[in-house]
Design a protein around this ligand. Structure first.
Ligand code: BDR
Ligand code: CA
Length: 329
């Protein structure tokens, strides 16, 4: 039986790739996709989810629900410098109309209620994967903490425990945008896997992977939405590869063996002037009783080749899709 999965996301180029991986993986049954303000504003993120689903054409279609417009306390911040004004590398126009016949309808429920309802109604404990700022998840944890206890696992793309940040020297983008939400979620007592820049920076798609794949509607789409990101990586890092942050979090929902983890106490800086949003894990070699108890399984290393093989097969070569599930453009 495929595992029920709920995905909270802010597409976002790598979020879009993560959705392609989720729906291309027979181990998963994505039942609910919710939007949150992050890479782009929440309405653009919601439209992007609908566009991507119209491209994929999943049957059954998941519920799509719009989430928080703003972080819990901060003003919204976006990453359009990286993801484009439309959040999809300014190539979102290549995708179907979010309100066209191929797109699923948008639920009238708020994302928080939709997440909670899907957990309550799920025949088995679902996995929740958070690919954007933690705002919706924190609101759900505050509204119905008992319901969240039915989760099998919460997988978070966020933080940077042993490496530098990306949006600031100290902080990873998702934690920086809503640090308070990240801290509330880490304090929730849920079974958390923290997939931060420590491992997602090692999960890289090479430009030559795209050159080597067949010419299909899918690969043309991936090429167009990632083009500006490859240019950015070339200019800033001198590499011809891009990090697959959010796809790695999806992969871990059915291939937890891809990362080695360590249980650690992790805190988020919520009030700092220069370290706002920084994730600080207590890795000191001291007696456990002298530290806070662990609150997350933190991913520290990645079997990068195995992950990339999986991503290439499922997203670029569409090898796990049945013939009925051909993509549409
Ligand atoms: C995270 O920030 C966003 O820009 C990406 O979509 C990813 O979720 C990486 O720091
Ligand atoms: Ca994201």
């Amino acid at each position: 039986m495929p595992k029920p999965v709920i995905i909270d996301t802010d597409p976002g180029i790598d979020d879009a790739l993560a959705l392609l991986l989720a729906f291309g993986s027979p181990e998963l049954a994505p039942v609910c996709i919710t939007s949150v303000s992050g890479n782009v504003d929440v309405d653009t993120a919601t439209d992007n989810i609908l566009r991507i689903l119209a491209h994929i054409g999943p049957d059954p279609a998941p519920t799509v629900a719009r989430g928080a417009e703003t972080p819990l306390e901060k003003a919204p911040e976006h990453a359009t410098f990286l993801h484009g004004i439309d959040g999809l590398g300014d190539a979102g126009g290549e995708l179907p109309d979010p309100r066209g016949d191929d797109a699923p309808g948008l639920s009238e429920e708020h994302a928080v209620d939709s997440i909670l309802r899907h957990i309550e109604q799920s025949p088995e404990p679902p996995v929740l994967v958070a690919l954007g700022p933690m705002t919706n998840i924190a609101l759900a944890a505050q509204k119905a903490p008992q319901t969240l206890r039915h989760l099998d696992r919460l997988i978070i793309m966020g933080g940077a425990v042993t490496v530098a940040g990306n949006i600031t020297p100290a902080a990873e983008f998702n934690f920086y945008v809503d640090p308070l939400a990240a801290q509330i979620v880490l304090d929730s007592g849920l079974p958390i896997t923290l997939t931060g820049l420590d491992v997602t920076r090692k999960a890289r798609l090479e430009l030559r992977d795209l050159d080597a794949c067949p010419d299909t509607p899918r690969t043309r789409l991936v090429q167009r939405i990632t083009s500006s990101l490859f240019t950015h990586s070339q200019e800033t890092e001198g590499t011809e590869s891009i990090p697959l942050h959010d796809p790695l979090a999806i992969a871990l929902s059915f291939r937890p063996d891809l990362c080695s983890t360590r249980e650690l106490p992790v805190q988020v800086e919520t009030r700092g002037e220069i370290c706002e949003g920084m994730s600080l894990a207590d890795r000191r070699p001291v007696l456990p009783r002298l530290k806070d108890p662990p609150n997350a399984h933190v991913c520290l290393d990645l079997a990068a080749d195995s992950f990339l093989t999986l991503f290439r097969e499922r997203v670029l070569w569409e090898q796990s899709l049945s013939s009925e599930a051909q993509t549409r453009t």
